[in-house]
Design a protein around this ligand. Structure first.
Ligand code: ADP
Ligand code: ASP
Ligand code: MG
Length: 278
């Protein structure tokens, strides 16, 4: 089993999703069983953050932002899978609308409600992507909140390895392509939570560890871990090979291409991490 993670930059549009599908289809045609972890569409997590902020400050403008966010998802879905049933998206938008109305009325945003709002990006993107993949290759979608169980303290989120392994062990069958939303998980109390901004890399690394994957591929918009942030340093160049420790250090010092906690789960099982350009 290989784990492939596609970040927001790789799933920002209909064209981008088609490109991702062709990569995954190629893997399936080569006989590879794949776990595909996807982020929210590009910009969506920021929009959800903004929605929660507007609603909690009693600003009705959140309704307009919400409408645009819903329209974007319907547009991508209807284009990729014309005529397909909209029930899943309708239900998710309704849930999001309800929780935002609660936040708006109470003018109160708790850590739990914030995480719940933020979870919708990956919930919807993974559904849309899996439905589209399924028109091309046998695909199953799983909700990561049923499999990644975390202990959450004030500042640390630690995977509950035992419970997560149990949940994954109970899966009775996999398809050739298995789509999991990145970023989201459940606490041991069964509450929806997130792994922090940029956390889809961590989701993918945890799945690679839990599935004993042969490889973890992080697909993004740069051709590898670079010697510096390319937005700041024009001459930044790809570093061909790094040790886990070196990669961890670079990510801690700001190499956003990989979220720092993502190295450890791969390191502990010696799973190679490849950073690839979609
Ligand atoms: P994704 O949406 O795929 O998760 P991110 O935006 O989180 O993508 O991470 C990729 C971005 O990280 C690149 O576009 C690049 O601008 C930035 N980046 C910063 N530092 C580095 C680095 N040292 N090497 C590679 N990319 C870096
Ligand atoms: N969508 C989340 C974020 O923007 C997680 C991720 O993309 O890694 O932070
Ligand atoms: Mg990222």
């Amino acid at each position: 089993m290989k784990v492939l993670k596609f970040g927001g930059t790789s799933v920002g549009s209909v064209e981008a999703i088609k490109q991702v599908a062709s990569i995954v289809k190629q893997g399936a045609d080569d006989g590879q069983q794949q776990v595909v972890v996807v982020s929210a569409f590009s910009g969506v997590t920021n929009e959800l953050e903004e929605l929660a902020r507007l609603a909690s400050s009693g600003d009705k403008a959140y309704l307009e932002v919400l409408e645009k966010l819903a329209a974007k998802h319907y547009q991508v879905y209807d284009t990729l899978t014309p005529g397909a049933d909209r029930q899943f998206l309708d239900e998710n938008i309704a849930l999001l609308t309800d929780v935002l109305q609660g936040i708006y009325l109470l003018k109160e945003l708790t850590a739990k409600s914030d995480a719940y709002v933020m979870s919708f990006g990956e919930r919807m993107s993974s559904y849309i992507i899996a439905e589209y993949f399924n028109t091309l290759v046998e695909t199953k979608r799983f909700d990561s909140r049923d499999y990644l169980i975390v202990n959450q303290d004030v500042s640390v989120t630690a995977i509950d390895h035992k419970r997560s392994i149990q949940r994954i062990g109970a899966i009775d069958s996999f398809a050739q392509v298995n789509v999991f939303p990145g970023f989201i998980a459940s606490t041991t109390e069964g509450i929806t939570t997130t792994l922090g901004r940029g956390g889809s890399d961590y989701s993918a690394a945890l799945f690679a560890n839990l599935f004993n994957a042969t490889e973890l591929e992080i697909w993004t918009d740069v051709s590898g871990l670079l010697s510096a942030d390319p937005n700041l340093v024009k001459q930044a160049r790809v570093i061909e090979h790094l040790s886990y420790e070196e990669a961890m250090e670079l990510s801690h010092f700001g190499a956003k291409v990989i979220y720092p906690p993502s190295i450890q789960p791969a390191l502990s099982k010696g799973i190679p991490i490849l950073i690839k350009n979609t």
